[in-house]
Write a protein that binds this ligand. Sequence first.
Ligand code: IPE
Ligand code: IPE
Ligand code: MG
Length: 242
Amino acid sequence: MPNIDPKKLPQHVAVIMDGNGRWAKMRGMHRVRGHEKGAEVVREIVRTSREIGISWLTLYAFSEENWKRPKTEVTALMKLLKRFLKDELKEMQENGIRLNAIGRIDKLPEDTRSTLFEIIEKTASNKDMVLTLALSYGGRQEIIDAIRKIAIKIEKHSMAPFDITEELVSAFLYTADMPDPDLLIRTSGEYRISNFLLWQVAYTEIYVTTALWPDFGRDEYLAAIQDFQKRERRFGATNSRE
Ligand code: IPE
Ligand code: IPE
Ligand code: MG
């Protein structure tokens, strides 16, 4: 792989895929066309991730707040998701990709949800990469759900307040079995987190590109990985020996 150091790969890459609507608008097309083109880019990024050896790829596909969009757009996104999952199954099986989902999945329409669960089940034993889709996902909602579960345990006396540690909170999040992201990419030039993985990005390296998601691709993605490989991660400590 050109200019990618296999020893310094991010273990977990998370992506805020933004800019589909603007991409379509610039071309005088309906926003949904932008989402369709965006789905093709998802395919390319999943493929490239697997090829370079990324172990965890997490994509922000639909936020808790995205339910506020017009019903026609939400319906189109849910249909697109279902079609994407069906189309990708073969390639996921061939490439050892396990599908995972985080978010309030119970809010998805029944047909999309059942397809999602079907693909999660069929790919469950794949071991080479985990593709996690954040769907109806909100970082604050995730933290609220964790607090509720912890509070119930305390109420039942199966846990005490001082048992609450960073590790314990992490274990109650949707991402319990996942490492924190090393690299977070956001497309479309917005410098914000938009309620994505709030707890988990505490020490994540952030890469923002002005490319709109439908224009993002393999080369841009590799550039983000190369940029990550130049970063010095300190986690609050110092690398100085003085
Ligand atoms: C990202 O593109 C896709 C989703 C949020 C589902 P947008 O739809 O947010 O596109 P812009 O930001 O309006 O251009
Ligand atoms: C973030 O993009 C959500 C996803 C990429 C799914 P948004 O377009 O919803 O975020 P804001 O509104 O620009 O913050
Ligand atoms: Mg947006």
